[in-house]
Design a binder for this molecule. Structure first.
Ligand code: Q0Z
Length: 287
């Protein structure tokens, strides 16, 4: 970090710093979480993969929506970004029925007020992507909310705008990824508002930490799907009979190596750029 920076906050696996009044630095660590617990073992370069992927999508979706990216730092894990007024909702888009979407559908036949066809199975592709906003929980899990509640929180016009833009971003990325063997089952966007009252895509976007990535060649609706990136970690943790409470287990080298390879494989498949080139010059993802 060249400039003096003020630490503003920590996510489970990320740090946020102020550069000045207008700029922030988002730093993606190599920490990994599973079953909501951050593990004591890091995955080398995971933060660089996520930062590079976010930058890649920001560059390719700037015609769909403006974004907060100002620069990728040479370390490959730090994004210099515009400081925005963040909207108080998580903008989730689901193309497939998984996670809390599947849970809510099973209980009510609906997800965030979207009435879905009867008889859907777990992980099935939906007739079309749906916008399923959630509140930002400061502690614990985000809570799914219906469109009326989301519109109360951001305003009706802003709601319509984030719904349309979120679905357009998801459609673009999901098609791009599907052509490269990765299903993006769902994803979470965060938006801010700039000084001109314009909507700006912020935070990280379309990474395996903010989305569910599934290997397309193993996709089989009717049950849960393997995670493209974290499946080795989950399988190892399950094999231990760990209670999924703090502290998490240390990972053996073979699990670390396999998981690192999966992150790099996702990066290379989605960007068509060798990860070593990204390490030499992170700006390659912005061209
Ligand atoms: C992102 C977060 C992290 C902790 C605030 N461009 C922006 N303008 C204003 N605020 C944010 C952004 Cl990205 C912002 N977060 C999430 C990230 C650590 C919290 F790395 N919070």
């Amino acid at each position: 970090m060249p400039e003096a920076t003020l630490h503003l906050g920590s996510g489970k696996v990320r740090e946020l710093y102020a550069v000045d009044d207008e700029r922030l630095l988002l730093v993606a660590s190599d920490r990994i979480s599973t079953f909501d617990v951050v593990l004591p073992t890091e995955i080398p370069d995971k933060g660089r993969v996520l930062t590079g992927l976010s930058g890649f999508w920001f560059a390719r979706t700037r015609d769909v929506c403006a974004n907060h990216l100002l620069a990728l730092r040479p370390d490959g894990r730090s994004t210099e970004c515009r400081r925005l007024e963040m909207l108080p909702i998580e903008c989730v888009v689901r193309g497939y029925l998984a996670g809390s979407g599947w849970k809510d559908y099973r209980q009510t036949g609906e997800v965030c007020g979207h009435l879905l066809p009867a008889g859907l199975t777990e992980s099935v592709e939906l007739p079309g992507p749906i916008f399923t906003p959630a509140t930002k929980a400061t502690t614990g899990h985000d809570e799914n909310i219906d469109r009326a509640r989301a519109a109360e929180l951001v305003g009706a016009d802003r709601f319509d705008e984030v719904e349309e833009i979120s679905i357009a971003l998801y459609r673009y990325a999901a098609q791009h990824a599907r052509e490269r063997g990765i299903v993006i089952a769902d994803t979470k966007f965060e938006f801010g508002i700039d000084e001109d009252d314009r909507l700006v895509l912020a935070d990280e976007a379309l990474t395996p930490d903010s989305s569910r990535f599934w290997p397309a060649d193993e996709y089989q609706p009717g049950g849960s799907q393997p995670s493209f990136d974290k499946q080795f970690v989950r399988d190892y943790c399950e094999s231990l009979g760990w209670a999924k409470t703090e502290p998490g287990p240390e990972l053996p080298d073979v699990v670390v190596a396999g998981t690192r390879a999966r992150y790099i494989e996702a990066f290379e498949r989605l960007t068509d750029i060798p990860f070593d080139r990204y390490l030499e010059d992170p700006k390659v993802v912005l061209r």
